[in-house]
Ligand binder design. Structure first.
Ligand SMILES: Cc1ncc(COP(=O)(O)O)c(C=O)c1O
Length: 441
């Protein structure tokens, strides 16, 4: 198919990559090229592509029920909710609301936070405190809560002017400090922004436990999350952990927040929940968050496709595989090994940092590793690396924004073997060298 008909926005890009099959950690194009899916799709394929039991579970469901409104129970919805509550959700998170994706889930979480305060008699709490260098989705509310300047730019007047705390990004600390002498000043800055705004006007604080593709797998110092949770609790502000990318084992724990032993009031999941097999997202909350709504008889409005039965069947089967094959632990082990294999890149003249947790890893690219000067924006360095990776048979995930202009993310399925791990570690440096050479020409 020609690019002009396939692309929604007509552009000068060539024809799209056309995928004929996907199996395990591999994609195969219609012209027979095999590509290692080192990004796990959009960093969500965890049990691998094409698992027969997931497909069978979806098929069995569709043969019985193709649709039921989200407020009706079906066998697979109930099974999934039980599994999540009994085996997956941290702490006192025990309420499950199903959607059909990450943006929808974050949007619902923001509505839930607002409804919680309104129902509890605190209608003055409406602001969502976000952070610079973050991403929470493509709806207008989630863009407003996020700090992805490039994606927000065209929508300025449509976005509510929510306050932002500085990013927790040690490589180029926005506060000009250095860890550990800084004593995690970026956590104190969350409280400073709250006090400036008037904490009684703030409904919730939202953040990704490990920043995803916006800044490239930025994991915070160990003190950060416990400190911000304490600050928020002290000021009556709900904590929302956006685990759309980090959830369901990606960082080597079931959820990112478990690295720091904190439990948010609301946790948002998507991507890995159904492992790429079906559109599904979810909002998880504590009883205490739902209590005021229950008292008033309020509901959280549903999406027509929320928790589709076949998507729930897929998620239940994906989670069952993660449990049975101990894949969360494997993601932690493979993450450590992948990092070790990428060690040579730490000395590369165009690599500022290799970072991440578990199987969410990223490489930040710069023109000069001493000064951290980025490549000019028009060079599009991250995308060049992705193109060079594809030429060599591996798909990496491009990202970056603001000071972290060019990042290349890795998020392979948790089932990759030694050979695939070595291939990633071989192809990525080659792709970086070729991309840099192409920009110099
Ligand atoms: C942290 C985070 N939140 C929300 C989203 C939006 O999810 P979706 O693309 O499924 O709408 C993403 C997508 O990348 C994400 O990484």
């Amino acid at each position: 198919m020609s690019a002009s008909r396939f692309n929604f926005v007509p552009s000068s890009h060539g024809p799209p990559l056309s995928i004929a099959r996907a199996e395990g950690a591999w994609l195969e194009t219609t012209d027979g090229q095999r590509i290692l899916d080192a990004a796990g799709g959009a960093i969500m394929v965890n049990v691998g592509h094409g698992r027969r039991e997931v497909i069978d579970a979806m098929t069995r469901t569709l043969e019985r029920v193709t649709y039921a409104v989200p407020v009706f129970a079906t066998e697979e919805r109930e099974r999934l909710v039980e599994r999540l509550i009994d085996r997956w959700l941290p702490g006192d998170l025990a309420r499950v609301y199903l959607t059909s994706g990450g943006s929808e889930s974050v949007d619902a979480a923001l509505r839930l936070a607002r409804q919680h305060h309104v129902a509890a008699g605190r209608p003055e709490r409406w602001k969502i405190l976000g952070r610079d260098l973050s991403y929470h989705g493509t709806t207008l509310a989630t863009l407003a809560a996020g700090g992805h300047e490039k994606r927000r730019a065209p929508f300025g007047p449509l976005l509510l002017d929510f306050p932002k705390a500085p990013a927790c990004y040690c490589l180029r600390c926005p506060l000009g400090r250095e860890y550990p002498e800084c004593r995690v000043a970026c956590a104190d800055a969350v409280e400073e922004v709250l006090l400036r705004e008037g904490p009684e006007t703030v409904a919730a604080f939202i953040a990704e436990p490990v920043v995803g593709s916006t800044a490239g797998a930025v994991d915070p110092p160990p003190e950060y999350w416990p400190a911000v949770v304490e600050v928020c609790r002290r000021h009556g502000v709900l904590v929302i952990a956006d685990e759309v990318m980090t959830g369901f084992g990606r960082t080597g724990r079931r959820f990112g927040v478990e690295h720091w032993d904190v439990v948010p009031d609301i946790l948002v999941g998507g991507k890995g929940l159904a492992g790429g097999y079906a559109p599904l997202g979810a909002v998880f909350a504590s009883e205490a968050v739902l209590e005021p709504l229950a008292q008033k008889g309020d509901e959280l409005m549903y999406y027509t496709y929320g928790g589709h039965p076949s998507a729930c069947a897929a998620a239940d089967a994906v989670l069952e595989i993660l449990e049975r094959e101990d894949l969360v632990r494997r993601a932690a082990d493979l993450g450590a090994r992948l990092r070790k294999a990428l060690e040579p890149l730490e000395d590369h003249p165009n690599v500022a940092q290799v970072r991440g947790l578990g199987l969410l890893q990223a490489v930040e690219l710069v023109r000069d590793r001493e000064t951290l000067e980025p490549f000019p924006a028009e060079v599009g360095m991250a995308m060049r690396v992705v193109v060079q990776g594809l030429v060599r048979g591996a798909f990496f995930y491009p990202g970056g924004c603001g000071p972290a202009r060019d990042v290349v993310c890795l998020g392979p399925p948790f089932i990759i073997g030694d050979e695939e791990l070595e291939l990633i570690a071989r192809i990525l440096p080659e792709a970086i060298d070729a991309a840099v050479a192409s920009a110099d020409r």
